[in-house]
Design a protein around this ligand. Structure first.
Ligand code: NAP
Length: 489
């Protein structure tokens, strides 16, 4: 494989929470891959920071193990791990205390490199870290901060967090991460929409019947029960990931592919979203796996809250009130313990208005499906004549735009969402990060929906383990003469 990777400028990346799950599973294995791809310049340093009393050697060993466990296919990286680990340093630091801060400030002093601070810690610590970075002289103009989700739990807390961060950093220094935006296919979606003449003229309510966005997971809440039960699918998935996908599919063409041009257009979409009526929402909680309850308990058992009213599944119908989309339903759906792990955006075009073929009774519709995981790719369903004799019988076949099929797979450099986004931070490119006003607008839309459930004491409907959610979710579509796409891997 010929790497088309362009090295980034020298940088120091401090990872607060450098011993945590996210750092070990995603951030450091991702950085290792970028190192192997030649993107990391020789002077780059990565500094883990957490309370655990480790020295540099201990941290390097921890990350060696993490890369072995979570680094995926390491073929071709032989001999590269030790030079990568040599870049790693560690400082024991308490985000809420004073211990370790002078040591970190000393490490960061006097370099001309880009400084990035990744807040891979609980959001309750974001303000403490920002404040101490300033106090210890690290919040200078060269500094960039990366903040993880969740960004607040409602409009009020998100506003407060934006305000706190704005005390120490300018908006162009703040990178609010949503790893869905770093996925290859999400960027491909923009390439397809804005790099072709073919789609854009049809991309409106005149030609599009409806759009579906599904993010289905097979996992349950796992060890995150306590956090998840205070959050639920709406806060954990819809307010951020599904909303971001909705924005990219629905936004007007930005004047250029630059951070503020893109984010301005996304913000307009969120602001044009209609409030969602309660009969257009279905909430669910998964049940235990039959005959295997001990291993795969139901939602309430998993979160140890027998009276929980938090949803592990949600589907809804919404509309965007603007000239392009008025009258076109957007259906969103996400849940845990569903039939398959699958994330997909589907644009269902309207039926052809009239069939000219005598043998063909039906009308035909094109379906564009943008698949995020697994098997990333884009497929367009088109109607053709069924080959062979027997008249003009029509069939629908997929026109596959999966880039792996069209390009030599050997030639494609696989880049995980996190590694792409971290490199964007170093490059100073905010296009794929959420701006503060976007996040607030998304909460402004979700808050009244959540408040409505709370006011009504709404109880989510149970749904079977490994299903597609409560049957009401199918009904949400059926009563409008539509159907969800099958959830499959
Ligand atoms: P985690 O496994 O609990 O790790 C938390 C990290 O913070 C540890 O390194 C911990 O190390 C450190 N820490 C805790 N208190 C500290 C303090 N007072 N001062 C300094 N360091 C402290 O959490 P995580 O799963 O990695 O998640 C980190 C962030 O990413 C959270 O905001 C989470 O919502 C977000 N996120 C995680 C995932 C994921 O897949 N894990 C996905 C999306 C978003 P010590 O105990 O040694 O201090």
């Amino acid at each position: 494989m010929v790497s088309r990777t362009i090295p980034v400028d020298p940088f120091d990346l401090v990872i607060f929470g450098g011993t945590g799950d996210l750092a070990r599973r995603k951030i450091l294995p991702g950085l290792f891959r970028r190192f192997c791809a030649g993107q990391m310049p020789p002077q780059a340093r990565i500094i883990g920071a957490a309370r655990s009393e480790l020295d540099k050697g201990g941290y390097r060993e921890m990350i060696r193990e993490a890369i072995a466990e979570f680094g995926g296919d390491l073929t071709g990286t032989e001999g590269r791990l030790d030079p990568f680990l040599d870049r790693l340093d560690y400082v024991a630091i308490d985000a809420r205390g004073e211990g370790g801060w002078s040591e970190l400030a000393e490490m960061m002093k006097g370099t001309e490199r880009i400084e990035a601070y990744y807040f891979s810690v609980a959001p309750a610590l974001f303000g403490d870290i920002a404040e101490r970075l300033q106090k210890w002289g690290m919040a200078d103009d060269r500094a960039r901060i990366v903040v993880e989700k969740p960004f607040g739990r409602d409009l009020e807390t998100a506003r407060a967090l934006n305000k706190t961060l704005a005390t120490y950093f300018n908006e162009d220094q703040i990178y609010r991460i949503d790893h869905y935006l770093g996925k290859e296919t999400v960027q491909n979606l923009m390439a397809v929409r804005f790099g072709n003449m073919l789609f854009e003229p049809l991309w409106n309510s005149q030609y599009v019947d409806h759009i579906q966005i599904t993010v289905a997971e097979t996992v349950g809440v796992g060890g995150r029960g306590e956090y998840y039960d205070k959050s639920g699918a709406m806060r954990d998935m819809v307010q951020n990931h599904l909303m971001q996908l909705l924005c990219l599919i629905a936004m007007e063409p930005p004047a250029r592919f630059s951070p503020d041009a893109v984010r301005d257009e996304k913000l307009k979409v969120i602001r044009a979203l209609e409030p969602v009526a309660s009969h257009h929402i279905v909430r669910g909680q998964y049940q235990a796996e039959p005959m295997n309850e001990a291993e795969n308990p139901g939602y309430r058992t998993a979160v140890e809250n027998p009276r929980s009213r938090t949803e592990s599944f949600i589907s809804m119908r919404t509309e965007i009130s603007n000239w392009r989309w008025a009258g076109t339903p957007f259906y969103l759906r996400t849940g845990k313990r569903m039939a398959a792990r699958s994330s997909e955006i589907t644009v269902v075009f309207k039926d052809t208005p009239h069939s000219i073929f005598e043998e063909d009774a039906g009308r035909h519709r094109n379906v564009l499906s943008i698949r995020l995981q697994p098997n990333e790719g884009i497929t367009l369903g088109v109607t053709i004549k069924e080959p062979g004799p027997g008249g003009m019988r029509l069939i629908d076949v997929p026109l596959d735009m999966t880039f792996a099929e069209a390009l030599d797979p050997e030639d494609i450099e696989q880049v995980d969402a996190y590694e792409r986004l971290i490199m964007d931070v170093i490059r100073g490119n905010q296009t794929l990060f959420m701006r503060g006003d976007e996040v607030e607008a998304a909460w402004a839309w979700t808050d009244p929906i959540i408040e409505g459930w709370e006011a009504r004491n709404d109880v989510p409907k149970p749904y079977d383990y490994g299903s597609n959610g409560p049957t009401d979710s199918e009904e949400l579509m059926r009563r409008e003469g539509r159907a969800w796409r099958e959830v499959s891997e």
